[in-house]
Each structure stands twice: as structure tokens, then as C-alpha cells.
Design a protein around this ligand. Structure first.
Ligand SMILES: NC(=O)c1ccc[n+]([C@@H]2O[C@H](COP(=O)([O-])OP(=O)(O)OC[C@H]3O[C@@H](n4cnc5c(N)ncnc54)[C@H](OP(=O)(O)O)[C@@H]3O)[C@@H](O)[C@H]2O)c1
Length: 198
């Protein structure tokens, strides 16, 4: 996805710039760490309000990383930060308590590629209402792209595709469960999800 979202870097030596908003948090921090390992050529900007947490992560990510102090509620600061960024990953929730789409709007305004890990239904519908604006500005915006929904929906689509292939018919109902485990500090945390749909 990162490769698809990248516009050519300003110069080959500078490399593409990815801003992870909420990069000081649990999901944003894991994402930034994984990205820096998968794509060492990226400049990873950690966006948040807590400089201490941000600098701590930046020191682990290496010289291609930097901390950007930004509060996503400050629209003018947000737009200024997005200038010169190739892709913004919005992981600074909580999406359920947000009644605006400031990051998406700033991304459309500055023509910055956008993705988020939204897990709030209202936020998701609000974000969809910017479809035409994003299209008119030529901004790829991939919303609700976290584990759930997002990856879980891709899993559901794949199950439907397989079922159709195996039975040759149209599935009427889909019930599935998924489980993932990861270490938070030294603690193994397991989470469950799933859905009944179609
Ligand atoms: N789709 C999914 O599968 C999925 C899974 C997990 C979580 N989520 C969503 O992702 C959000 C983040 O989850 P998390 O567990 O990573 O939470 P978290 O650990 O609390 O991280 C959120 C980060 O966002 C930053 N932040 C909060 N308000 C901000 C603001 N106004 N301006 C700039 N930065 C701000 C905070 O950094 P500073 O304190 O440095 O500002 C914080 O480190 C959740 O709220 C949830 O809605 C989605």
C-alpha cells in the first residue's frame, strides 16, 4: 500500500516522507516501527503532542526519523506540517469521539495521500462524504484501513470469494471469527473479532 501511495520523492537522496499522526501511540508506534524495518528508505515523521514520547521513538527508528509537534485539532498547523509529506497515516484517535475529519480535509487541501485506522462508524461515513472532494483534488484516500474493519473486511471478501468458487453458488450468510496475538511490553495480548454479515 505504501508503494502505491507514494509520489516520486522530491529528490532521490531525500526519500519519500511518511507522517504517522499518533505515532507516539500504541498502533501508530508499532506501525512506524514496522514501516521503518520494511522500508528503510522512508523518512518517517512521528506526529503527536508529546515531545518526550516522540523523541524516544525517533531515537530507536534512526536518523531518517524525526518528531513533529502537531495537534490535529490545529488546522493551520496541520496543513503546514502536511506540506512536503508524501503520505499521512492518521492513527491519532479516538475516532469515536471525533465529530470532524480535520486530517482528511487537510490532506485533500494539501494534496497529500491519506490513510487512517478509523474504527468508528460515524467517522467512517463522514469520511466517505469527502469522496468527491478527494477525487476532484486527485488525492488517494484510503479510509478505515486498520485491523477491524479494514483487514477483517478483506478477510470476509476473501472467504466469500473462496465459498463462491467451491460451491458455485451465492453465499447468503457469513459468520467468521479471527484472533490475533502480539506482545505489548512483555505481556502477550490476544484479541478477538469477527462478524455475521451479507
Ligand atoms: N481499526 C482498528 O483495528 C484499530 C485498532 C486499534 C485502535 N484503533 C483506533 O486507533 C486509535 C489509536 O489507538 P491506540 O491504541 O494507538 O491509542 P493511543 O495509544 O492512545 O495512541 C493515540 C496517539 O494519538 C495521539 N493523539 C491523540 N490526540 C491527538 C491530537 N489531538 N493531536 C495529535 N496527536 C494526538 C497521542 O499522542 P500524543 O499524546 O503525543 O499527542 C497518542 O499517542 C484509537 O483511538 C482507535 O480509535 C483502530
Amino acid at each position: 500500500m505504501v508503494r502505491a501511495c507514494m509520489r516520486p520523492a522530491a529528490s532521490a537522496s531525500s526519500g519519500p516522507r511518511v507522517l504517522v499522526l499518533g505515532g507516539t501511540g500504541r498502533v501508530g508506534g508499532s506501525m512506524a516501527t514496522a514501516l521503518s524495518q520494511l522500508r528503510p528508505d522512508l523518512n518517517i515523521l512521528i506526529g503527536g503532542r508529546n515531545r518526550e514520547k516522540g523523541m524516544s521513538l525517533v531515537s530507536k527508528l534512526g536518523e531518517r526519523s524525526e518528531f513533529i509537534h502537531v495537534d490535529i485539532r490545529n488546522t493551520s498547523r496541520l496543513k503546514a506540517v502536511l506540506e512536503g509529506v508524501d503520505l499521512v497515516v492518521h492513527a491519532a484517535g479516538p475516532f469515536q469521539r471525533d465529530d470532524k475529519c480535520t486530517v482528511l480535509q487537510a490532506a485533500i487541501f494539501t494534496k497529500t495521500r491519506y490513510t487512517d485506522i478509523c474504527d468508528g462508524v460515524d467517522y467512517s461515513w463522514r469520511a466517505k462524504s469527502f469522496h468527491e472532494q478527494a477525487r476532484a483534488s486527485g488525492v488517494p484516500a484510503l479510509i478505515t484501513a486498520g485491523i477491524s474493519p479494514g483487514v477483517s473486511n478483506v478477510m470476509a471478501a476473501e472467504l466469500v470469494r473462496t465459498a463462491k468458487g467451491e460451491s458455485g453458488g451465492e453465499p447468503e450468510t457469513l459468520r467468521y471469527r479471527w484472533c490475533r496475538s502480539n506482545y505489548v511490553g512483555h505481556k502477550l495480548v490476544t484479541s478477538w473479532g469477527g462478524c455475521n454479515c451479507l
